[in-house]
Design a protein around this ligand. Sequence first.
Ligand SMILES: C[S@@+](CC[C@H](N)C(=O)[O-])C[C@H]1O[C@@H](n2cnc3c(N)ncnc32)[C@H](O)[C@@H]1O
Length: 214
Amino acid sequence: MKDKYLIIGPLYDFLSFIYSFNQINKCKTSMHDRIKPDSKVLFAGVGHGIDAIAAAELGAEVTVVDLSATMLKKFNKGIAKKEFKHPIRQLHKNILHVDEFSTYDMVFANFFLNLFSEKNLIQVLGHLTNLAKKGGLVAIGDWVPPRGNMIAKFFQILYWRIADIIFWVMANNELHPFYDYQKIMKDLGLEVKKVKYFRVLFDERYCSILGQKA
Ligand SMILES: C[S@@+](CC[C@H](N)C(=O)[O-])C[C@H]1O[C@@H](n2cnc3c(N)ncnc32)[C@H](O)[C@@H]1O
């Protein structure tokens, strides 16, 4: 299968750092206070994986999944020379082909779900929820739908579209809509326990949402 991140993959974290003034990285690790040593944690579409590495540094048993060999190569550069209590397990496959149901204490989907059409997003998030244990947590880091007055919304949409178009051209991703993740999580039976927001310039652009499986 073609690696969509072959060209832009190596630059992904650098571009996200510049574009978000490091707010994306803060967002991705903002629920790490819920990670306990030896807990089983999964990262779907891990990319370069600063969030997964931070979880392994907390002593969690981390599994990462990604379709892109380019992204996993960058991930492996990030963990070279690092030692963890539990070695990180890597799966180079489609997340939908991971069938370890009811296995994980915490499942992360950071800047991953917006890649999918709404129909597929519901399927993927439903699948991630099934991978979590009963009472387990699902954390989503992603974009906040535009809010505020018309001018604020205009600039939020413009800011978003810049990234959207770059990834459409470079990675052949779909042009993504904004999603109301909290609603979708509730529809899938997750209880929203906490939401943290991250600002860039005048507005909240990103959020991390923590859901719990009943
Ligand atoms: C936008 S990047 C985000 C990477 C990382 N989570 C972050 O926040 O920096 C999306 C990642 O998901 C991976 N991906 C896309 N579809 C996937 C799928 N069906 N299964 C597993 N990984 C997938 C891509 O290869 C890419 O590394």
